[in-house]
Every structure is written in structure tokens, then in C-alpha cells.
Ligand binder design. Structure first.
Ligand code: IMP
Length: 429
């Protein structure tokens, strides 16, 4: 039985929540493997709307949720999120949520540094979520992170906080921000420990057993390939690897267990935060896409930048992310537009590129090369079969498939869970 990994193929907010929720109902275990509470998934189930940041979406479907070691966990944010969904009637306990004992923690000092650095950058800021994601990952690779397992060892915590604060307080002072006191941080962590530790375990053992007994695992990616710290539009990226390969290292399972890789892309493009976006629209069509697509960040509330579908970029995401099939979302936002454009490459300094080069200067200078297509006037909203789609909409999807060299295997036609057209079941691959 195949497992499935779901990753974003653009700059995030592709509608992963709905697709993951839909797939979660057919999985046994749902695993988060990177990112932190910078992610935001909105799930509409019956008359309840769940806004999840750290919790694996499968919990809503009564499945076992695992937070892998590749995730950076803000323990306070996690407990608040658990309390919020419990108040909505969802059971979250150590029986259905397990957390990797070796996952690094996000502390208040990380969020403070994230924000102080963004302020200091001024006009050159990255537009981070300000939640401490970058500084927490930096501490992980610098080998000074406090991890979930450390919460069980007060002496270890005490010593690690000395090292951590030696580093961070010097930086904060340099940026004109308030330093942190060890005693207060230690007291806070020791108070949180009994609430977090019952969830902690070596999750790799559970995943190994699940793999051996043929249970279906869904790996739930956060952010997207163009925000990947290696493959994205660096430095305007998040601080983790968002490609499907991370599902293995970020949860403690071998690469062959990751299974089918489903990429998610909107039928147009959006981005929050700063950074290159060659097909961005600054005109009324861009506003229209934003209004119709309700393009406001789940976490930040910021209006998202909008533009045409960039097939050159999604093709690149398909290649580096290992995407084998694409789920296309929000096609209905394009309904009624007389003419559509698809980005097929870039003109940079008189030269044509079929991919976005890595150098920031070239990315900033990239002018999109477009193909133009006729739109459709009929509504595609809520379509549940291929036959309900207008011929021009099918043509648009077929052209995307050709350009990205990958099949569209799933189409989502509204936020409702059942408004989905499945061309190929990823769990059967
Ligand atoms: P960070 O992950 O908070 O460090 O932010 C780095 C960049 O990633 C910023 O441009 C954020 O707007 C973007 N980002 C982080 N998480 C998400 C997400 O879940 N959706 C879309 N953009 C995100």
C-alpha cells in the first residue's frame, strides 16, 4: 500500500488544507515533517471551521497525528492550539497525537529575534511571519536548540539555556531589543513540560511499525517548494526544506516509504511576504483574483499578492520537489475572465530562460514570457466530474499538464470537501 506526501508547488496557501483533509480520511496516520506554526490550514468540516497551524490535519478526521522531528515546535502555541480545537469539540490527547522527542522548540527569544531582525532590515525585510521559525532552525543546526526531550531534564535545560542566551542576548542587545532572563525562561519551560511530555516519544519507532504493517501514512507538507531554503527564491524563503524528500528526514523514516508525491498548485499564483514573483499582477485583474479567491493569510491576515499561473516555476517545483501528480485548486476563481495568461519562461537581460535562475539579481529582473488563452464564461464552481467542466477550462488544464510535464491528478472546485474531481487515487499508485 502506497503512502502519500503532499507539498505546495508555489509559494504556499495553495489549498493544502482541503486536499490533505480529503486524503486524511483515507489514511491511518498523518505526519507533519517541517515548518512550524508559520503554517496555516483552514479545514471546513460541517458547520465547524478549524484553523490549524501545528496540529496535523488528520486529527479532525479521527486519525493519529504525528509531529515529526523536522518541525520546530512552539510549546505555548501548540498548547493554545490544542485548547482551541478542544473547545470546538475535538479530542486531542496522547492517544491521537504523538510528538517526536527530538523535535527542536521555538522559545520566546526566537520570535523576539525574528521580529528585531525584520525591523532592522527595513525595506529589505523578508516578510517573515515573526514567529521565530528562522532563529529556531538556526539554533538546531548550530547544535544549541532545546528539544522536546530536554523538558524532562531540568539540569540539561538549565545548562542549555545558558548557552542559548549567551548567543541570543548578545544579538538582541546589538539590535536594540530587550534581553531575556534565564530564570523566567526556565520557569516557563518547566511549567509547560508536564503538558508536553505525555505526547513525546521516538516517533520513528511508531512509523517503522506502521510501515511494516502496511498502514497508510500521509505526510503533510507546509509552505511550498518556492519557499524551500535551498530550492526557493532565496533569501525570500522559509528556513526549512519543503520538498518531499524532507518527509523522510523530518519524521525518521527511509526515503522509499514516502510514496506518491502530490503537489498542490492554485490555477493562478499568490505569494505573501516579499520576494520575486515574475507573473505578479498589479492591475485590476490582480485585485479581482485576490477578492474572488479570498486571498488573505490565515496566519498573518495580510493580503496576498496575486498573479497568473507560472508554469515555468511549477515545472521547476515538480522537478526539485519530486512531484508525480498535481492537485489544481481554485479553478473557479478564473471563471468569467475573457483571457488567461500562463507564464512559460522568463526574459532576463535579453536572454530567454525556461527556469528561474538562482541569482537574486536575475530573479528580480525576470520578465515573464506568456502564452495567452481564451477563458470561459461558465461556472466551474462545485463541479464534481470532468464532464461538468467547460471545454476551455479543460484546455487550460491540459496545457498546464503539458507545460509542467506532469499530470493533473486531482481538481478542487470549491472549499467544500466533496467538490473534488479525482483523476487518479494517489494511495493506489
Ligand atoms: P517564516 O517562515 O516565518 O520565516 O517566513 C519566511 C517566508 O515564508 C515569508 O515570506 C512568509 O510569508 C512565508 N511563509 C511562511 N509560512 C507560510 C505559509 O504557511 N504560507 C505562505 N507563506 C508562508
Amino acid at each position: 500500500m502506497a503512502n502519500v506526501a503532499v507539498i505546495g508547488a508555489q509559494w504556499g496557501d495553495e489549498g493544502k488544507g482541503k486536499v490533505v483533509d480529503w486524503l486524511a480520511s483515507r489514511a491511518d496516520i498523518v505526519v507533519r515533517f517541517q515548518g512550524g506554526h508559520n503554517a496555516g490550514h483552514t479545514l471546513v468540516v460541517g458547520n465547524q471551521t478549524y484553523k490549524l497551524s501545528l496540529l496535523p490535519s488528520g486529527l479532525v478526521r479521527g486519525k493519529l497525528g504525528i509531529i515529526g522531528n523536522g518541525v520546530v515546535i512552539d510549546p505555548k502555541a501548540l498548547l493554545e492550539e490544542i485548547a482551541r480545537v478542544r473547545a470546538q469539540g475535538l479530542a486531542v490527547d496522547p492517544g491521537n497525537l504523538r510528538i517526536a522527542e527530538n523535535a527542536p522548540l521555538i522559545l520566546p527569544v526566537h520570535a523576539a529575534l525574528d521580529r528585531a531582525r525584520e525591523n532592522a532590515r527595513g525595506a529589505r525585510r523578508i516578510g517573515t511571519t515573526g514567529r521565530g521559525i528562522g532563529p529556531a532552525y538556526e539554533d538546531k543546526v548550530a547544535r544549541r536548540a532545546i528539544r522536546v526531550c530536554d523538558l524532562a531534564e531540568p539540569d540539561t535545560l538549565d545548562a542549555k539555556l545558558d548557552e542559548l542566551l549567551m548567543h541570543h542576548n548578545a544579538l538582541l542587545a546589538g539590535l536594540g531589543a530587550e534581553p531575556f532572563e534565564k530564570a523566567a525562561l526556565l520557569a516557563e519551560l518547566l511549567a509547560l513540560a508536564p503538558q508536553i511530555l505525555p505526547f513525546a516519544e521516538p516517533v520513528w519507532q511508531r512509523l517503522d511499525e506502521a510501515r511494516r504493517t502496511g498502514r497508510r501514512i500521509l505526510f503533510e507538507g507546509a509552505q511550498a517548494v518556492m519557499l524551500d531554503v535551498d530550492h526557493g527564491t532565496y533569501p525570500f524563503v522559509t528556513s526549512s526544506n519543503t520538498v518531499a524528500a524532507t518527509a523522510a528526514a523530518g519524521s525518521g523514516i527511509g526515503p522509499s516509504a514516502v510514496g506518491f508525491v502530490l503537489g498542490i498548485a492554485k490555477a493562478y499564483a499568490t505569494r505573501v511576504g516579499a520576494g520575486p514573483f515574475p507573473t505578479e499582477l498589479h492591475d485590476e485583474t490582480g485585485m479581482l483574483l485576490g477578492d474572488r479567491g479570498k486571498e488573505f493569510g490565515t496566519v498573518t491576515g495580510r493580503r496576498r499578492r496575486c498573479g497568473w499561473f507560472d508554469a515555468a516555476l511549477v515545472r521547476q517545483a515538480v522537478k526539485v520537489g519530486g512531484i508525480q501528480g498535481l492537485a489544481l485548486t481554485k479553478l473557479d476563481v478564473l471563471d468569467g475572465l475573457a483571457e488567461l495568461r500562463i507564464g512559460v519562461g522568463y526574459r532576463i537581460g535579453g536572454e530567454i530562460f525556461r527556469h528561474l535562475p538562482a541569482a537574486p539579481g536575475a530573479q528580480a529582473a525576470a520578465e515573464p514570457v506568456y502564452e495567452t488563452m481564451e477563458g470561459w464564461c461558465e461556472s466551474t464552481r462545485g463541479a464534481r466530474s470532468w464532464g461538468e467542466l467547460p471545454a476551455q477550462a479543460i484546455k487550460y488544464i491540459r496545457r498546464i499538464e503539458e507545460l509542467i510535464e506532469t499530470p493533473v491528478t486531482l481538481l478542487s472546485t470549491s472549499p467544500e470537501r466533496d467538490d473534488t474531481i479525482l483523476m487518479r487515487d494517489p494511495f493506489e499508485d
